[in-house]
Design a protein around this ligand. Structure first.
Ligand code: 6PG
Length: 243
């Protein structure tokens, strides 16, 4: 794994940098492969990035989009990560419905929907169990408690090693999430982190020693490249890093 930490002056610069990095990665990869598999982060940080992506001329027909986690709500619910990405981006670019793979959240049985999403991922990648599919790029956010996707501190989902999708829990509410084995199989992972409130968790995550069960983002160490793109408000106390 190569790990790079970039600290951008403000959120606008963070979004601009992430847009350029992502479009470069897509373009470069598609010069030597036919498809590009992308998993989207939820939450609020990536919304302006998705809006900016909607304005780019990329080979959209070659890209398959998934979500690295989802709240257990309908896609038209205000909290839906799928709904946000569709409104900000996917509704505005020429992608067929067969390229967009939302997390199922409507069976009233989160475990059943987690199993269904894993089956969909395995189908698209043509990757039967027990192999683990390698996403070309996974986008992640980080909460001020150090969680990522829906892998929250001291939850059972952190321990799942034999599945691609687990049922996470936030305040008793179910969420569906990529597991660490799936995240860490990726060729590229980009964290997008903005805001002063994220500083304490970042300090714990970048500390030489620490407990990933307390700060789950510590467990993200993909086989490929890891980028932390931070704005100054979030990452000002850290040292930029590239190796
Ligand atoms: C979600 C996310 C979650 C998010 C972080 C950061 O569904 O909420 O995937 O992991 O990325 O909580 O959220 P903000 O970007 O809103 O700070």
């Amino acid at each position: 794994m190569s790990k790079l930490v970039e600290i951008l002056p403000d959120k606008t610069a963070l979004i601009e940098r992430s847009l350029n990095l992502i479009t470069d990665q897509i373009t470069t990869a598609l010069a030597t492969q036919d498809r590009f598999t992308l998993a989207l982060a939820g939450g609020s940080t990536p919304k302006p990035l998705y809006e900016a992506l909607s304005q780019k001329a990329l080979p959209w027909h070659k890209i398959d989009v998934f979500w690295s986690d989802e709240r257990y709500v309908a896609p038209d619910h205000a909290d839906s990560n799928e709904g946000m990405a569709r409104r900000a981006w996917l509704n505005h670019v020429p992608m067929s419905s067969t390229q967009i793979h939302p997390v199922p959240t409507q069976s009233a049985d989160p475990e059943k929907d987690a199993t269904a999403y894993e089956a969909e991922i395995r189908r698209v990648f043509n990757c039967p169990s027990p192999a683990i599919p390698a996403f070309d790029l996974i986008l992640l956010g980080m909460g001020d408690d150090g969680h990522t996707a829906s892998l929250f501190p001291q939850t059972e989902a952190l321990k799942v090693k034999d599945r691609l999708i687990a049922v996470g829990s936030k305040g008793g509410e179910p969420r569906l999430t990529f597991t660490f084995p799936l995240i860490n199989q990726a060729h590229r992972v980009i964290f997008l982190v903005s805001g002063e409130n994220k500083r304490p968790a970042l300090a714990a995550i970048f500390a030489p020693e620490g407990d990933g069960n307390e700060y789950p983002s510590r467990f993200v160490c993909p086989q490929g490249q890891l980028w932390w793109l931070l704005d100054q408000a979030a990452g000002g106390a850290l040292t930029p890093l590239s190796h």
